[in-house]
Design a protein around this ligand. Structure first.
Ligand SMILES: Cc1cc2nc3c(=O)[nH]c(=O)nc-3n(C[C@H](O)[C@H](O)[C@H](O)COP(=O)(O)OP(=O)(O)OC[C@H]3O[C@@H](n4cnc5c(N)ncnc54)[C@H](O)[C@@H]3O)c2cc1C
Length: 261
């Protein structure tokens, strides 16, 4: 889990018990973390490994790529969580990626990963790196060679899985030292949730509004998700719908007060 310990689904469950519909619960908002974050509190909620993963490749223990890194960190995190073994993944990169993408975040894995005690394997060849990270050396060498060819000859779409470029242009993994980072999916909160209308009124599964029941923020769904896994930002969603709910509830109260006059 990658939240403050408070996003535990109580709001969602209370609304459902009151008859609410839900929307988009097949996706969540989260980021890639060092796998050591499961045991090491210093490694969550940061550093995120997203920028390094989207600039390089993510492989399983066989040394094969398992997902489209180009779709970005939130997408990779969702893909990992849906695997039969969500703890099978390792990011592989080289020195230029570690120096650039590795330092690009506000709290970057380079150097925060090592400083917080996270695992970072390093070697001068892909084969030795694979052995250190308990991956198949032959397969990993072949995977990296294929990937480098695809980048060089602009045939990313022929890779399996395909490598898109939504998160930026991929670069070849060819300059030692090479690095391997075991990762896991860090779940912040559901990206779907309670179905609401434009005033934050909670909707039943048939679309009608439940009188006087409102919801806002991380517990709600409908703004985000979808095939491209859009994330609008948790704070703006909470602020905008908190305000819309307050305005609508105040309007209702004023109307009822006028009627009673
Ligand atoms: C590490 C991290 C980094 C983030 N970075 C960003 C960022 O850069 N930009 C951004 O826009 N968003 C970010 N987010 C997301 C953002 O913080 C949340 O989306 C936002 O705080 C949601 O606001 P909220 O009011 O809906 O819910 P919350 O802030 O979770 O508030 C819900 C409140 O309800 C309380 N509560 C829960 N259950 C109960 C109960 N049963 N009874 C009474 N009270 C209860 C909780 O204690 C909590 O105080 C980040 C989140 C995390 C964890």
């Amino acid at each position: 889990m990658r939240h403050a310990g408070t996003a535990i689904g109580d709001g969602l469950k209370m609304a459902v018990n009151a008859g609410a519909g839900v929307v988009g619960l097949d996706r969540f908002y989260g980021h890639l973390l060092s796998r050591d974050a499961i045991e090491n509190i210093d490694l969550w909620p940061y550093p995120q490994i997203d920028a390094v993963a989207t600039a390089s490749i993510v492989v399983d223990q066989r040394g094969y790529r398992i997902l489209d890194e180009g779709l970005g960190g939130i997408s990779i995190t969702n893909d990992l969580a849906q695997l039969d073994d969500p703890l099978c993944a390792t990011v592989i990169c080289d020195a230029p990626i570690w120096e650039a993408a590795g330092k690009s975040a506000q709290i970057p894995p380079n150097p925060q990963l090592l400083a917080a005690g996270g695992t970072l394997h390093q070697a001068d060849t892909i084969e030795v790196l694979a052995e250190a990270a308990a991956l198949s050396p032959e397969n990993l060498a072949a995977t990296v060679a294929d990937y480098n060819d695809a980048v060089r000859f602009n045939r990313l779409a022929t890779l399996l899985p395909e490598r898109s470029t939504r998160s930026g242009a991929p670069r070849r993994i060819e300059t030692p030292p090479f690095f391997a980072i075991p990762i896991c999916a860090g779940i912040t909160n559901t990206i779907g949730g309670i179905a609401i209308d434009e005033h934050g009124r909670v909707k039943r599964p048939d679309g009608s509004a439940i009188t006087s029941l409102y919801a806002a923020g991380g517990t709600t769904g409908g703004l985000e998700g979808g095939g491209a896994l859009g994330y609008v930002g948790g704070l703006i969603k909470a602020c905008v719908f908190g305000l819309r709910v307050a305005e609508h509830a105040a309007g209702q109260f004023n109307r009822e007060a006028d009627i009673l006059k």
